[in-house]
Each structure stands twice: as C-alpha cells, then as structure tokens.
Design a protein around this ligand. Sequence first.
Ligand SMILES: O=c1ccn([C@@H]2O[C@H](COP(=O)(O)OP(=O)(O)O[C@H]3O[C@H](CO)[C@@H](O)[C@H](O)[C@H]3O)[C@@H](O)[C@H]2O)c(=O)[nH]1
Ligand SMILES: [Mn+2]
Length: 905
Amino acid sequence: MGSEGYAPLFETRRAKGRFLYRMFAASMFLGICLIWAYRVIHIPTEDGRWGWIGLLLAELWFGLYWLVTQASRWNPIYRSTFKDRLSQRYEKDLPAVDIFVCTADPVIEPPIMVVNTVLSVMAYDYPQEKLGVYLSDDAGSELTFYALLEASHFSKHWIPYCKKFKIEPRSPAVYFSLTSHLHDADQAKELELIQKLYEEMKDRIETATKLGRIPEEVLMEQKGFSQWDSFSSRHDHDTILQILIDGRDPNAMDVEGSKLPTLVYLAREKRPKHPHNFKAGAMNALIRVSSKISNGAIILNVDCDMYSNNSHSIRDALCFFMDEEKGQEIAFVQYPQNFQNITKNELYSSSLRVISEVEFHGLDGYGGPMYIGTGCFHRRDTLCGRKFSKDYRNEWKRESIKTEESAHELQESLKNLASCRYEGDTQWGNEMGLKYGCPVEDVITGLSIQCLGWKSVYLNPAQKAFLGVAPTTLEQTLVQHKRWSEGDLQILLSKYSPAWYGLGRISPGLILGYCTYCLWPLNSLATLSYCIVPSLYLLHGIPLFPQVSSPWFLPFAYVILAKYSGSLAEFLWSGGTLLGWWNDQRIWLFKRTTSYLFAFMDTILRLLGFSETSFILTAKVADEDVSQRYEGEMMEFGGSSPMFTILATLAMLNLFCVVGVVKKVGLDMEVYKTMALQILLAVVLLLINGPLYQGLFLRKDNGKMPCKARPRESNKTDISSSGISSEMKIWAPEFGFIVILVLLSVQAVDASWHYNKDGVDLVVKGPSGNQIQDYRDKTSEKFEFMAHEKGLHRFCFTNKSPYHETIDFDVYTGHFAYYDQHAKDEHFNPLLEQISKLEEALYNIQFEQHWLEAQTERQARVNDAMNRRAVYKAFYESAALIGASILQVYLLRRLFERKLGTSRV
Ligand SMILES: O=c1ccn([C@@H]2O[C@H](COP(=O)(O)OP(=O)(O)O[C@H]3O[C@H](CO)[C@@H](O)[C@H](O)[C@H]3O)[C@@H](O)[C@H]2O)c(=O)[nH]1
Ligand SMILES: [Mn+2]
C-alpha cells in the first residue's frame, strides 16, 4: 500500500523528559565510580580487610547491575491504536483468532474460575465465528471438563447479553460483583435473568467440585465423559479431546441466533515416563490441534486466572499486526500482567508495577518486550518458528478448514496430534512452538523469535486487558520468583543466551534489557554480603564507610539519596503508594536473600546434572483466614519453609548486632560517631525486617512464624498404684502438628530387678474426646503422634501394676517442614525438599539421642544396685553419638551425591 493518504493503525510516542533522566543517570554513575574509587583506594591492611573486600565486590556488582537496568529506562516508548481505522478497512476480512487457556490443577485453579476466564474470552468484541477457544487441562480433570460443558451452555445467553449492553468486563463473576444497580429497566430485567442462570451454573459446578463427582444424568447425556474410562491418573491417561461447540456447525448458535465461537477441551496424553514439558508442552499440543480445527492466524494465550478485562483487546492487537507499513515485522503483542487482588499497599509487591509501567516500555524502545506467557498475541507462523524476511506478508484470508468429517470423526483423528509420541524426532519444543526445558518457557521462546529478526510490541492501555490472581502469601511470592529468576538465569547460560546468541541478532539495548532479569539471581550474593558484613563489623566497632566529615561521604550520600528518591518517584508515578514502596523494598530484600539465592544454587546444581526442571504452580485460592490476613496486609509466615529460616536468621543476626551496639554505645560513644552510615544501614534493616520480628515474637495468629520442633523440659509423674491415672494436655494449633513422647516407666528403684511387665497404658484423646491412639502395657517406648485436627489433645497414663511407678517422659512438639510441604504439594522443588529432609533427619538424630539417653537412664536406675550405671551410660551415650555422626555424614553425602528426584506437575 502506498504511503500517500496512509493512515497508520497505531502510533508510537517517545517518553518526555528523557534528557533530564539521562542527566540524572549520568550523575548517579559518577557517584558510583567515586564509591568504587573510595573502596579501592582505602582497602585496609588489617582490621576489616575481608569485610571491606566483601563490600567492594558487592558495590562493584550493584554498580554494574544498576548500569544494566538503565537500558530499560533510557528510551521508553508508548503505544496507542486506531481501532476505528482497523474496522473501516478490514471489518470484513478480520483474521481468525485462536485463544488458548491453560489450566493444570482443579484444586488450586478451581473450575469455576477457569470457566469465567473462558467465558470472558468467548465474549470478545469480535466476530464470534472467527474465534476458537481452547482449554488445555493438564490435570485431565473431569470436573474441569464438566465446568466447561456447563459454560458452553451458559455462553449461549452470556455472549448476546454482553453484546447487547456492551458490558465490561466480560467475566461473569467479576461483572456481577461490580454491577448492583442499573438505571436501564430493560437491562435490569435481563441482568436479573442472566445472573440467575449464572448462579445456578456456579452452584452446579461448585457442588460437583466439592463432591468430586459429576451428576449421573450429565454423565449419561454427554458422551465425552466416556473418555475417562481409561483414565488412571493425571500423569497417566490417553488424549482427551472434545469439541464442545463446533464453529462449523450451522446449529451452533446463541439464543439470539448469532454464531458461537468454537470451544474445545483438550487434555493431552500423559505417561509417567514421558516428560510433558509443563505449560510449553500444553501450548504446543494446542497449536497442533487447533491448526486442524479453526487454524486462526493469530493466537492469544492466557493463564486460566487471567480473565479478559477489556473486550477490545483483540482489535487493539490487530492494529499492530495489520498495519500496512510496520505490521509485517511484528511477531507478538504483549500486554502487561495485571492483577485483580492487589491490596492498597501491596504487601508482597506483587503488582509488578515498575516492571509494567516503566521497564517494559523501555524494552519496547529497543525492539520489543519479552514474551511473558499470559496476555500475549502471536502470529501462528512465528510461534511455529518462521524466520523473518522483508517480503513476508501475512495472508489473512486463510482458507478455512473444509472437511466433511463430523466433529466426532475429526476429534478422533486429531487425538494423535496430542499424544506423547507425536513430538519424538520432530522440531517441536526446539525450532517449533514453545521451547522446552526452561521454567520460563515464555521468555526463552520470545527471545528466540526476536533473534530470528522479528519485533514485538508492548501495549499497556488504561483499561487493563487482563486481570489475574497474584500470590497471597509470602511463601508463594518467593517460590514464584524463584521459578522466574531461575528460569531467567538458565536462559543466560543456555544456547539462546541474550549475551552471546543475542549479539548481533537483537539490539544491544534489548540484550541489556533481558539481562536485567537474567541477572536477578546473582544479586543474592551481593545483597547477602551487604546484609551481614556491615552489621557484624558495626558490632565490633570497625568502620567500613567514610565518616560524615570526610569528602568521600558525599558520593555515598548522593548515590543513596538519588537511588532511593528515584525509585520512590518511579513507584509513585506507576500508581503506587508510599507504604507500597516501602513494602516493595522489603520484598526486594527478601527475594534477594531467598528466592534468588535458591535459584542461583539450583541453577548450579542443574548445571552439574543434579536437578531437573520443575514447575510449582502458583495457587489461585487460599484459606479464608489466610485471605483475611492478606486483605489486612498482614504478612503470612504460616507453613514452614527453608526460605523463612534464612529470613529469620538474617533478621536475628541484625537484631543481635543492633542490640549489641546499643549496649556498647553507653561505654564508648566516640567509636560510633565515625560510623553513621553503618548505623543507618543496620537501623534500616531493622525497620524493614519489622514484620519478621513481629511474626517471630509478637503474633499469636496462624500466620506467625511456625515454631520448629523443640524439646520441652522433661517431665516426671508419679502414679502411686494400680488403676490411678495421670493426664497431660497438649494444644495442637493446626493439622500436622506433631507430638513425640518418650515414655519410661520405672518401678520404684528399691524393687530393682522386679520391674513389672504390666507397665503403663497410654490413651490419646482428640479435641472432641474421641480416642485416637491406645498403647497398652508400655514400659519404655517412643511414640510419634501427628494431630489430624486442631485443638486440645489429652494424653492419659494409667498405671496397671500394683507398684509405685515413675513415668519419665519428654515431649517434643512442633511442625515439620517435611510433612507440611508434602501434604501441600507432591512435587516440591528438589533442593528445598532435600533441605527439609535434612532438617527432619537432624531432628530425628536429636530425638534418637534423647531416647537413648532416657533408655540409658532407665538401665542405669535398674542397675544401680550393681553399680554399673557409669559403664552403661557411657556405652549408650557413645553409641548414640557415633550413630548420630554416622547418620549426619550419610545424610550430607546423600544430599550432594544423589541425583535429585524428578518433580513435576
Ligand atoms: O504443567 C503445567 C504447569 C502450568 N500450566 C499453566 O501455566 C500457567 C501459569 O502457571 P502459574 O502457576 O500461574 O505461574 P505464574 O508464575 O503465575 O505464571 C507466569 O510465569 C509462567 C512461567 O514461569 C508463565 O508460563 C505464565 O504464563 C506466566 O503467567 C497456568 O495457567 C497453569 O495452569 C500448565 O498448563 N501446565
Ligand atoms: Mn499465575
């Protein structure tokens, strides 16, 4: 098309104030150089030399990393579209669009949420006959299938309602929750009707989900359910494919007589021995299956929680692809990830605000944002690996698939495309489709597309295009970031590394842009050194920063001030609050000392061949009390995690140093006058760790830091004669709470060898008085007991012998990370799993020691008369210690030797 009279379909604006920003950045850089100079010039010869070098390395890293992050701020651009022009020119020739929704677990991704997302994308403001909606269910759950079946019926009412009244957003659940009062009487009536239909559907779905069972009559009616006959587990089943609405069928119409979008359910084949490659595998199966059903030229991918919040998003995206002059080079259009459940001050900093509002615009200025999984429109061709060429023209008017086959025949013939073996010896997962073997399949796929010469576009309209569910606990946030940062670091080290593969293929600005994320994990070491070294040296009175009166103080002060006021300004400008920024700084610290550290270590283990890729799904639902604490912005430490152990240790270390310093200050004020910056750092760390101290010491709710198993003092109880009982009560605060008793019943010493065989009975009763455990005739025993409900548990000892009995017992109470994690998640990350096991094993060692000690004591008492006590005690103690040491050595060796087990969804 000629340029004359050409009106583009989209517009690109450069950010204002770039010059000012660049001046500011240059001044920061000068400050950073001065800090480096100071460190190098002043390396001490004795006291504090190592600490100093630690800080020098940390500052070198921070400075270089800061330089890298400038790429995403140097040249930001903003995009806007002209949808009216699109519709004037192309309304009749709009391309077919296929929409892929991915789900993987009916428990943490409830079917009702999934179908709301599906309904929202079925109701796009777009010719419905050109839409194909595909749900990939990696759990192969009948419940999700049932929900989708229900949604296919409901869509016949929902889509016409949306179109008639042009409502937003088009996720029914969200729409109904936002709409209470309507002025238009007509609409009010229809609203009532449709809402009733929705509530009924929701009821049916939720009841089925709760019961884990589909109503009998539905099973009879819908033949698709028979596909579950050969289903053995989510990891082991045939392909299940069902075309629920066949767009080619002239009868597929809504209640107003308009065409409906195609709707397909797919659970690809899974076999335990066959790697399924997580979301990437699911997407590739969808690409193949859809190519034989609707074969849309454009593919939109959304996660099952990311409902469409803007019915015009397809048209917006098409403005880029269909622009006559610049459209041909664009491979994908990425929308930001926004969330519906962000609280005002975003406790876990999960809005990704600065990334969405600042950094991605910056990447767009250098050739386009990364592909971040959800909310992204692709050309089918480029997703399948097509190389860029100048003469490439997308053929929008594709032949629609003409086949005489019935939906059923088609279904059967397509199952092969989603089978495990199909991809063997093909380029799928490599040159074609999404790439395999990386926890962030999206980023590496996007990068390889850009390396083939394509551009991408970042579109961030005021009316958010997609809204999803952000993690609602600290642990989930940290685990999610671990997956992301680990994946990004892997990319940096992979064949497709932006650093070398990208060289010459994408612009240097974009390479640095990618590195901003790929280098996340390396920040952990520098941050750790900054959290530990200055505080420890402060305690010892060794200064590591220049005095306030020294001229070298200036660059430090300037860089600190400029860095933090800049970051605050950015955060506020992106729509955040002051407290939100403060929380963001805290999470910044937490992620760097835990998620990134684990990601770093895991990547190294992976390089050495110890661990395999895993994917821990982010939960989209939470218990009620957890949700309440989230809404109230109270940090969640419930459930134990090795990440919390690190956070708590660092916080305690800092507290310890600060308390130590406060004690000393009275004695020696002078020393500390020279250490203003170190004191400032320690105090800021103290403040930022505030919620940790609260969780450790002050809070009483279930979200507080879990207590580790720890021994209580030994107890002794005397039960004078037969039939007499003694009772002990223990409060179990939650499921999985563990009580361990070491019981030792010993007759009065004077009866020496005649200890009674009848021993003692122990009965454990649960909170409602029900008997849970019953041990009879015990003389010496250890019991391990796990509470299955919370509440007061009674441990009742009864003496059956005619003699006076002394019962000597130890009680350990606590909650094991190991049990906890495994109850929640069968595929806990290998490294964390090993750590929990080690933790548990170490505890067991402690326990064995106590038991042996108790045994020794018992023996000793029994043998008192023979004066062999000392011998026995020594014997048992050394045996215990040797055993413990052997076990420790064995466990540690196993930790490093064993090829860590596979774990996958
Ligand atoms: O084996 C799997 C695992 C996951 N999923 C789906 O992948 C999506 C993302 O999973 P989620 O637990 O929500 O991870 P997030 O960290 O929130 O996801 C972001 O990061 C992922 C890469 O780590 C991308 O795949 C996602 O698109 C992106 O939204 C969900 O729809 C899942 O159902 C599958 O289909 N199969
Ligand atoms: Mn998600």
